[in-house]
Design a binder for this molecule. Structure first.
Ligand SMILES: N[C@H](CCC[C@H](N)C(=O)O)C(=O)O
Length: 281
């Protein structure tokens, strides 16, 4: 299997060009094996770049545990870079389908290659039933959630995939590795959930660590940063434009007042390409 390794702010995936080679079978198993950092290629998961009837391409994203996700913010920027740099679509505005939605991306180039991408992430979904979460109320803003005898105030947002945002004084390892996986699997989130722990620096600057559904802690999460931007505004903490520092880099976010869309801007980097021989293939 030919693949390209790419990352956005350190959130790294194995990308497979399904325009130029057949879709691999048994994708869940393949994702688990490819993502393995010791016995495979290594990454936070697997992303297939596929032809689409509705857009320039379709992104299909799988976590390191093989589970499918509807959307990936850092991944979709890398898909756009791959499409442009590898000659699948030589234009600065691209459309990419993911999880049934079509997103529009604006590409910035440097020396003929894409280095930054601005993504129209669409409107955040705030209705509890659609996120989905069983936490009470129509919207879930600073709702109490108990974990290990401690009470957390959580804001639930879907950016196509589900997020649980928690503002904390210090995003510690205990929170990320202790509380993160428990909330991921809490019955309050029937489809599991990505969990963001966020420190507020100012009304326009935040620091975020993410425990991702299906992949554990990653160096960055683009849909998570989008959910954090929305949660900051909903809770009255931040302006609509913020910079978010993640472990692997910085993302710029805006929740636009006029069209209600979230816009995410950040880097996209290609690291290497190769050929991989999955065991048993
Ligand atoms: N890192 C990705 C999100 C992956 C989400 C995945 N863990 C899920 O199950 O929803 C991002 O940049 O948006």
């Amino acid at each position: 299997m030919r693949f390209t390794k790419m990352h956005g702010a350190g959130n790294d995936y194995v990308y497979v060009d399904c325009f130029r080679q057949d879709l691999p079978s048994n994708i869940e198993q393949l994702a688990i094996a490819a993502a393995d950092r010791h016995f495979g290629i290594g990454g936070d998961g697997l992303i297939l770049i596929c032809p689409s009837e509705r857009a320039d391409a379709e992104m299909r994203m799988y976590n390191a545990d093989g589970s499918y996700s509807e959307m990936c913010g850092n991944g979709i920027r890398c898909v756009a870079k791959y499409m442009y740099d590898h000659g699948l679509a030589k234009k600065e505005t691209l459309t990419i389908e993911s999880g049934g939605n079509v997103l529009t991306l604006e590409l910035s180039t440097n020396g003929g290659k894409v280095d930054r991408v601005r993504v129209d992430m669409g409107e955040p979904v705030l209705e509890a039933a659609q996120i989905p979460t069983r936490l009470g109320g129509k919207q879930v803003v600073e709702a109490p959630l108990e974990c290990d005898g401690n009470l957390y105030r959580v804001t639930a947002v879907s950016m196509g995939n589900p997020h649980c945002v928690i503002f904390v004084a210090h995003a510690s390892d205990d929170l990320v590795f202790g509380v993160g996986p428990q909330i991921e699997h809490d019955p309050a989130f029937p489809n599991r959930v990505n969990v963001e722990f966020v420190e507020q620096i100012s009304r326009t600057q935040l620091r975020q660590r993410t425990w991702e559904r299906g992949s554990g802690e990653t160096l960055a999460c683009g849909t998570g940063a989008s959910a954090v931007c929305v949660a900051g505004v909903l809770t009255g903490r931040t302006e609509r434009c913020v910079e978010i520092d993640l472990l692997g880099g910085r993302l710029e976010l805006e929740w636009n007042e006029t069209d209600n869309h979230v816009y995410m801007t950040g880097p996209a980097v290609e690291v290497f390409s190769g050929e991989w021989f999955p065991a048993g293939e």
